[in-house]
Design a protein around this ligand. Sequence first.
Ligand SMILES: *[C@@H]1O[C@H](CO)[C@@H](O)[C@H](O)[C@H]1NC(C)=O
Ligand SMILES: *[C@@H]1O[C@H](CO)[C@@H](O)[C@H](O)[C@H]1NC(C)=O
Ligand SMILES: *[C@@H]1O[C@H](CO)[C@@H](O)[C@H](O)[C@H]1NC(C)=O
Ligand SMILES: [Fe+2]
Length: 475
Amino acid sequence: MFQYSKAMLLNLVLVSFVLLSSIRDGSAGITSSFVRPQWPGVDIPVDHEVFAVPKGYNAPQQVHITQGDYDGKAVIVSWVTPDEPGTRHVQYGTSKDKFKTSAEGTVANYTFYNYKSGYIHHCLIEGLEYKTKYYYRIGSGDSARDFWFETPPKVGPDTPYKFGIIGDLGQTFNSLSTLEHYLESGGEAVLYVGDLSYSDEHDYKDMGLRWDTWGRFAERSAAYQPWMWNVGNHEVEFLPEVGEVEPFKNYLYRYTTPYSASKSTSPLWYAVRRASAHIIVLSSYSPFVKYTPQYIWLKEELARVDRKKTPWLIVLVHKPLYSSNVAHYMEGEAMRSVFETWFVQYKVDVIFAGHVHAYERSYRYSNIDYNITGGRRYPIPDKSAPIYITIGDGGNLEGLASSYLDPQPEYSAFREASYGHATLEIKNRTHAIYHWYRNDDGKKVPADSLVLHNQYWGSNGRKQNEVIDEVVNVK
Ligand SMILES: *[C@@H]1O[C@H](CO)[C@@H](O)[C@H](O)[C@H]1NC(C)=O
Ligand SMILES: *[C@@H]1O[C@H](CO)[C@@H](O)[C@H](O)[C@H]1NC(C)=O
Ligand SMILES: *[C@@H]1O[C@H](CO)[C@@H](O)[C@H](O)[C@H]1NC(C)=O
Ligand SMILES: [Fe+2]
């Protein structure tokens, strides 16, 4: 489908050389000045096959699933029927074509400016067995569609699990490249860091439509494995000029989260436990200062984290707390000043963010002593601090954020403006292998790789940590 020029191949050779030659002693930060060749930053035309509408009257489309409870024994199946509500049931079972059980969900429709949505279904399937493949069927008659998913293993400290991390995906050919590469990664669930469809970059009348195309686009992954959703600024869609004043309206009708299972009062912030990880999802675009619901919830959720059950503590948020990119510089500062002390105190392993359309990884640094009357003013190395990873490089129509602050700050370990995705492969309570993959001229190239040492369990399996994360492979 795509043509790769000789120039692109030469670029590949060149980038390998540039990166290899810039590895110094492992502590100096690396800036890859190379800007990847890219397809244009425009959305794929609505009538393109990647957005194909499934055949048949009222056939379910935009199918996606997410975790449905705190520990991974439930799934929420969501889909849209275009013509009429149709059946609200999901039929499911553990063998193909034999759907022994069924669950009933809810259906809703809404308008946005002059757009009328299809019928949006959400159906919670509960009481599943761990580590089991389930087949499910939605729709009816000739228009029924079949999918499958696998439940995670039981929550436990040494349970291996491979997460994918994607952000700011959008719906361009770069987005498609990212998603196709992710599909080859072996990732079992996606940690999504916000900004989904970028529909708000379109005409008011097309915004709803571009949520539909994005739903059909993401289905190739999201119907088969849970995506843990998070909001970005493109989900806000506050448009008083056309009378749309309910923030997150399109998003909230379509994407759902198991927020009440973690005692949250809003679908915009929540937590799940999956295998050996405790994942906390925060909203950059909801109040979070002291006394707000999100602040109170996070304080309580952090206290519920049990590192003996889930050694890996991961936070997802849209706006990065540490980023040395020119784009959106310091937008995350307000949240950093409120939550960073907790992140250090609770020894969060890694914080993934999007928003900046590029890639950056920090060393373990903190800046928690500074306040308006005194204290240290600059971030300092801190073994208890999380690693901050910005991965807003999914490929949306806004293009890459390729200007970085110079000189590279000490906290910044690696930065590059290329499209891609990452995986976090947890091995056991002490080790996880992290890879960032660049979409490289049609190939998936590991461009930043690290062995993460757990922040709670030392490498020797005892509760302590004096080991530094190792860069295993940069090429
Ligand atoms: C939902 O669909 C029904 C038809 O089934 C229609 O009468 C109603 O106006 C729609 N509601 C909204 C908010 O669009
Ligand atoms: C502000 O920083 C100074 C100097 O480190 C410290 O003595 C003081 O306790 C801090 N105040 C607060 C409220 O954290
Ligand atoms: C944990 O995984 C790492 C990497 O695979 C391995 O080297 C280490 O021996 C494992 N530790 C235990 C206790 O199994
Ligand atoms: Fe954003």
